[in-house]
Write a protein that binds this ligand. Structure first.
Ligand code: NAD
Length: 256
């Protein structure tokens, strides 16, 4: 199958990002994947899986919170493939920190990775797509908590995901005249390592899963493929009339 285009997915060594990268490869995209250096081995395995599907893949280690590294990552992708058609700014961190323990440094870290990292991905992908002159798809990772605060002790995370709502709308306005759509997905609870890592002795992983299942009228917790299925459509040409939205994929735990 001829390539449908070039996609770049950040935070793709595991979880939702990995599922999106593999789904876009199944859809016919060549896929560049990014993660931090600590996850470079897992990232290389994702590239192997992309190549096994008969598509080109490449790993681009970068910290999305750093301007120079995001600029360099997009440049590398364009050097490798000649263009960029789909940017999925998926990388994010949880930052479940009670107010008394929240310091300015911890606040900055969550905002730097989640909000600034998404802004930088939108910026450098948008500039490249404008230069190419034939549109594109930019997709960010918001959250159910980017629509309404919920759960406890995660106000930096909530603020960072609300920021993604704002910058997705603003970027949709600025990039729209160039035929570039900008949308975000807003997952409810998805069973990934991120969820496992916020578990504590008092609130173990299985208890978190059960409590999220109870919040869904379907009695379900999400899996990474649930988000990848949505991103597959938003990345496609058929989604051309959808922009500036944060699309809920949450099993009915919150209606907006
Ligand atoms: P995860 O922690 O399993 O995976 C995130 C990946 O991002 C990791 O591989 C991590 O190394 C990478 N990453 C972290 N900081 C980075 C940085 N500075 N630069 C590049 N890569 C970095 O998380 P996930 O559950 O797969 O979540 C993916 C996205 O979806 C995140 O933005 C998250 O906030 C969002 N989200 C997840 C859930 C959920 O329930 N899992 C719900 C709502 C939103």
């Amino acid at each position: 199958m001829p390539s449908k285009g070039i996609a770049l997915v950040t935070g793709a060594a595991r979880g939702i990002g990995k599922a999106i990268a593999l789904r876009l490869a199944d859809d016919g995209f060549d896929v560049a994947v990014n993660d931090i250096s600590a996850n470079s081995e897992a990232l290389a395995k994702v590239v192997d899986e992309i190549e096994t599907k008969g598509r080109a893949g490449s790993a681009h280690v970068a910290d999305v919170s750093l301007d120079e590294q995001v600029r360099g990552m997009v440049e590398q992708v364009v050097e490798t493939y000649g263009r960029l058609d789909v940017m999925v700014a998926n990388a994010g961190i949880a930052g479940i920190i009670p107010v008394a323990e929240m310091t300015s440094d911890k606040w900055d870290h969550v905002m730097d990775v989640n909000a600034k990292g998404t802004f930088l991905c939108y910026k450098y992908a948008g500039m490249q797509m404008i230069k190419q002159g034939n549109g594109g798809r930019i997709i960010g990772a918001s959250s159910i908590y980017g629509k309404q605060a919920g759960g406890a002790v995660n106000f930096a995370y909530t603020a960072s995901k609300f920021a993604i709502r704002g910058l997705t709308q603003a970027a949709a306005l600025e990039f729209g005249p160039h035929g570039i759509t900008v949308n975000a997905y807003a997952p409810g609870a998805i069973d990934t390592d991120m969820l496992a890592e916020v578990a504590t002795e008092d609130n173990p992983h299985q208890a978190i899963i059960e409590s999220f299942k109870k919040q869904s009228p379907l009695g379900l917790i999400g899996v990474p493929a649930d988000i990848a299925n949505m991103v597959s459509f938003i990345a496609s040409k058929e989604s051309q009339f959808i922009t500036g939205t944060q699309i809920s994929v949450n099993g009915g735990t919150f209606f907006d």
